[in-house]
Design a protein around this ligand. Structure first.
Ligand code: HEM
Length: 288
C-alpha cells in the first residue's frame, strides 16, 4: 500500500503514508504473559472512558500528509473477516516550528509548541525508546494512546503569564521560563531574586520531567483533534510502560495542566518489531 501498488488505495498516490501496527495486552499475554506489552494501563484521575473506548487487540496508526489517504487506507485494512473496529480517532499536526538541527515540533490546541523534549540521540533512543529484548519483541516499543479533551475556553481565558506558568515555557518561542533556547530542557533550580521558582512548582514541564519523575524519556508524538471536542490525541512511545504511568502519577499529584483535561479514550500496545518478506509482521511473537 505504501508503495502505491495496492488497488485498495483507489488510485490515490500514497505519498508519505505509513502504517504502524501494535497489539494490545490480551494478545501479548496469549503469546507470553511475561513479555513487555502484556500489562494494561491502570485507571487514572481525570478520566471518563466508555468501556468501548478503552484498550483493544490491535492498533493501526495510519499517517499521511494528504488527509484523504488515512481513511481510505483504514477502510482497506479493516475490511477483513473477524475484525471489528473498536474506536478510532483522527488528528492532525499543524505547521512545524524549528527546534534544533533537523528537529521540528508543531503547536497544540493551546498554542504551545509540543514535542520538544524526548529521546533524540541514538544513545537515548537505545536506552529509553526501543525494546532490546526478549527476542520476540526486540526492535519494538510500547505505545500509549490517549484521547485528551481539553477545556480550551477556560485555558484561553487565562492571562498569558498564567498560561505560560501552566506549561513552564513561553507560548510564542517555546523557550523554558528558566531561559535558554527552545531545544533546552528547563533549569528546575533557577529562582527569581525573591526566591520563587522560574519554572513553577506545578508547571507541566516540571511535573513531567524525567528527573523529577525518576523514569526514562518518552517519545511524544501527539496530534491535535477537533472532534468529538477540541483536544489532543496524546501518543507516546517508550520501552517501559512504567515511564508513562510514573509520569502520569507525578502529574496527578500537582500538574497545573491536568485539570484542564479529560481523557476519554485510552490504550497501550506493543508496537511490533519491523518485518521483511522472510520475517512477516508479528512472526517473532506468533510463529506460523
Ligand atoms: C492535553 C494534554 C497535554 C498537553 C497539551 C501537553 C503539552 C505539553 C507541552 C506544550 C510540553 C512542553 C514542550 C515539550 O517538551 O514538548 C510538554 C512536555 C511534556 N509532556 Fe505533555 N502534554 C499533555 C499531556 C501529557 C501527558 C499525559 C504526559 C505523560 C503522562 C505528558 C508528558 C510530557 C513530558 C514527559 C514532557 C517533557 C517535560 C520536560 O522534560 O521538559 N504530557 N507537554
Amino acid at each position: 500500500m505504501t508503495a502505491g501498488t495496492d488497488a485498495r488505495l483507489l488510485g490515490l498516490p500514497p505519498g508519505d503514508l505509513t502504517v504502524t501496527a501494535g497489539i494490545g495486552p490480551r494478545l501479548v499475554q496469549s503469546s507470553d504473559s511475561h513479555l513487555p506489552g502484556a500489562k494494561d494501563l491502570p485507571p487514572a484521575a481525570h478520566e471518563a472512558i466508555a468501556p468501548s473506548d478503552r484498550g483493544g487487540d490491535l492498533l493501526l496508526q495510519i499517517c499521511a500528509s494528504d488527509p484523504l489517504v488515512p481513511p481510505v487506507a483504514a477502510a482497506a485494512l479493516l475490511a477483513r473477516p473477524g475484525l471489528r473496529e473498536r474506536w478510532r480517532q483522527s488528528g492532525g499536526r499543524g505547521p512545524h516550528v524549528p527546534v534544533s538541527d533537523g528537529q521540528t515540533a508543531p503547536r497544540n490546541v493551546l498554542g504551545f509548541v509540543d514535542g520538544i523534549i524526548g529521546p533524540r540521540t541514538p544513545a537515548e533512543q537505545q536506552r529509553d525508546l526501543w525494546l532490546s529484548g526478549p527476542a520476540p519483541v526486540a526492535g519494538g516499543t510500547i505505545a500509549v494512546v490517549r484521547r485528551m479533551v481539553v477545556d480550551v475556553a477556560r485555558f484561553a481565558a487565562l492571562p498569558l503569564a498564567e498560561q505560560e506558568a501552566v506549561f513552564g515555557r513561553r507560548r510564542d518561542t517555546g523557550i523554558p521560563l528558566s531561559g535558554g533556547a527552545i531545544a533546552d530542557g528547563p533549569d528546575l533550580g533557577a529562582k527569581t531574586p525573591d526566591g520563587r521558582y522560574l519554572v513553577p512548582a506545578a508547571a507541566h514541564i516540571r511535573r513531567a520531567h524525567a528527573n523529577v519523575v525518576g523514569a526514562g524519556l518518552m517519545l511524544r508524538r501527539s496530534y491535535s483533534i477537533d472532534t468529538p471536542a477540541p483536544g489532543l490525541l496524546f501518543v507516546s512511545f517508550q520501552n517501559d510502560l512504567h515511564t508513562f504511568t510514573a509520569t502520569l502519577a507525578s502529574m496527578e499529584s500537582a500538574d497545573a495542566l491536568l485539570p484542564f483535561t479529560t481523557t476519554t479514550a485510552s490504550g497501550t500496545f506493543l508496537i511490533l518489531p519491523g518485518f521483511d518478506e522472510r520475517r512477516p509482521l508479528g512472526s517473532t511473537l506468533f510463529p506460523s
